[in-house]
Write a protein that binds this ligand. Structure first.
Ligand SMILES: *[C@@H]1O[C@H](CO)[C@@H](O)[C@H](O)[C@H]1NC(C)=O
Ligand SMILES: *[C@@H]1O[C@H](CO)[C@@H](O)[C@H](O)[C@H]1NC(C)=O
Length: 266
């Protein structure tokens, strides 16, 4: 879920893992417990990975032990859980605008799947190709990384070769660097100050990341300054995965205790 993304329009932010280390100054743990509890709402259930494709209504999906779950709202599920299991098994999942849900498996002939939304026993359509990670902005803007290369799909995943390679960033070789896709030139990536372990993009103004368990939000500041501000974590500490919707909603999980958190700040 490294490139977990809600709504991936330009600019695209992508954290590429290269070799050495490039970090933030550490946030001081100034936030008190009350503030932590006030800005994160614990959601019943347990997940290891989460993705938020929300636009106007809640579109949140997650994985635990490869099982797939969709959030159904606080009281809408007859079994008492706010999570409905969806048939299938995935190793990664990404939700985008328009309820475009794509996923990856790592151990079958078909590696990339697109959710069809039907009520059948297998509501996933195969997409040709292979990826190591995937990030869905919407049905016609899906990005992936495969063996260090960057690939984009704009045709909804139909046909034999739906993926077009995008040139990667050049000139800087540091791990955890952050890049924003500009869409122009032979090296269409602009470096963004800071460093992250994981990034999630809901829209150009809703970009969040994790660094060593700490939560950071992009403020849109000019390159050169540090555009990231620390966000107090939930009561249990930090997060290991994060999903940001284009509506500004933010969900997170801690895969150790599998706790699920919905951000209630603004
Ligand atoms: C980055 O630099 C290291 C050596 O410092 C090298 O081994 C590695 O291949 C480089 N990676 C890229 C993507 O250029
Ligand atoms: C996740 O939760 C466990 C147990 O509550 C805690 O020890 C750990 O620090 C948390 N992980 C992060 C990244 O904060």
């Amino acid at each position: 879920m490294r490139y977990s993304t809600g709504y991936l329009l330009y600019p695209l932010f992508l954290s590429l893992n290269f070799v050495s280390s490039f970090g933030f100054p550490h946030a001081t743990p100034a936030e008190n417990i009350l503030k932590r509890q006030a800005t994160w709402n614990r959601i019943p259930g347990g997940l290891q990975f989460i993705t938020d494709g929300s636009e106007a209504s809640t579109v949140v999906w997650g994985l635990v032990d490869s099982k797939i779950y969709r959030y159904t709202g606080p009281f809408s599920n007859p079994n008492g859980s706010p999570w409905l299991q969806i048939p299938g098994a995935l190793s990664q999942i990404s939700a985008g605008a328009g309820s475009s849900i794509w996923g990856l498996t790592s151990d079958s002939d078909t590696l990339i799947w697109r959710y069809t939304g039907d009520n059948s026993a297998s509501p996933w359509a195969p997409v040709s190709g292979a990826l190591d990670s995937i990030s869905v902005g919407r049905a016609d803007n899906v990005w992936g990384v495969f063996e260090g290369g960057i690939w984009r799909c704009t045709n909804g995943g139909s046909g034999a070769a739906p993926w077009v390679q995008i040139p990667g960033p050049t000139g800087v070789n540091l791990s955890q660097r952050i890049w924003r896709y500009t869409g122009t030139g032979s090296s269409p990536w602009a470096s963004v100050s800071g460093g992250l372990d994981l990034i999630s993009v809901g829209s150009s103004t809703n970009v969040w990341g994790l660094f060593r368990g700490g939560i950071w939000r992009y403020t849109g500041g000019p390159d050169g300054s540090n555009p990231w501000i620390p966000i107090a974590g939930p009561a249990s500490g930090g997060l290991t995965d994060l999903g940001v919707g284009s509506d500004g909603s933010v969900w997170g999980v801690n895969s150790t205790d599998q706790s699920i958190w919905q951000w209630t700040g603004n």
